[in-house]
Design a protein around this ligand. Structure first.
Ligand SMILES: Nc1ncnc2c1ncn2[C@@H]1O[C@H](COP(=O)(O)OP(=O)(O)OP(=O)(O)O)[C@@H](O)[C@H]1O
Length: 250
């Protein structure tokens, strides 16, 4: 049904427009996220990636159609709904600035994330991230950047989510921490579908099956991530950088 092989669509955006402060930011975005694995949302700075994610969550007003298939298997339009209703349908969000509560312990951070009406998967989260169990009484503010990202993602896995929207989780992190976060994402992706905004193409290459490139508020390319990342000319043209292409390019 998705047209590009694999799982059925989980999220579909059709002709989505967003206008903010008189600027036409999204100009007819069409994209599909299929169930399972990671879809990377790529694009240059200011292309409209975060706005796309915020449109899904109802955090910015949009026109057009956004459909989501919840845990109950029903596909419904979520555009125009309140953010809390959208989130309750099973969409979790990790914004760019990862926002852990620095003065609270890891366990307290997790407890605060428990959503009413959802089962809470503490055991599974600690199984996926044994490091967090070890550090459950540590103040989150004293964790490394990678561990804080782990807390941010663990909070999303705690509830019954179908889709996680994760915005630039490796931004500003040192290379070692980038690898740590990629590891965290890989573990999360075993549990739930992820739409990942990410500038680091090495991380994209490792994680993503599908890729969508936004350029000036429109989808400029979509398809299998490998097709994009092994084409250095295309990545340069669309993103302004060349991917490593599996080791062929620098
Ligand atoms: N509230 C707002 N009012 C007006 N313009 C906005 C607003 N929010 C974002 N923009 C503009 O919309 C465009 C898209 O922003 P967005 O944050 O979606 O881009 P992005 O692709 O996520 O970029 P980055 O990689 O830099 O985070 C940018 O030009 C930005 O300046």
């Amino acid at each position: 049904m998705s047209g590009e092989g694999g799982g059925a669509p989980l999220l579909r955006m059709s002709d989505v427009h967003v206008r903010l402060s008189g600027s036409h930011i999204l100009q007819g975005v069409d994209l599909t996220v299929r169930r399972g694995g990671v879809t990377a949302l790529l694009g240059r700075n200011g292309a409209g990636k975060t706005t796309t994610v915020k449109a899904v969550l109802g955090l910015v007003p949009s026109t057009g159609v956004i459909e989501f298939t919840g845990g109950d298997g029903r596909t419904e339009r979520i555009d125009g709904r309140r953010t809390h209703e959208i989130v309750r349908r099973g969409i979790g969000y990790a914004p760019e600035d990862r926002e852990v509560f620095a003065g609270l312990t890891v366990a307290e951070n997790l407890a605060l994330a428990e959503r009413r009406g959802s089962d809470h998967h503490h055991d599974r989260v600690y199984e996926l991230f044994p490091e967090l169990q070890k550090r459950s009484r540590q103040l989150a503010g004293t964790l490394s950047g990678g561990q804080q990202q782990m807390v941010a993602i663990a909070r999303l896995l705690l509830n019954d989510n179908q889709l996680l929207l994760i915005d630039e989780p490796t931004k500003g992190l040192a290379p070692l921490l980038v690898a740590e976060v990629a590891d965290v994402l890989a573990r999360a992706a075993e549990e739930v579908t992820i739409l990942l905004v990410e500038q680091n193409l090495t991380v994209v290459q490792r994680m993503a099956q599908d890729a969508v490139v936004i350029d000036q508020g429109r989808v400029a390319w979509s398809g299998p991530a490998d097709d994009l990342l092994t084409d250095a000319d295309r990545t340069r043209e669309l993103l302004g950088v060349a991917a490593s292409g599996g080791g062929d390019h620098r």
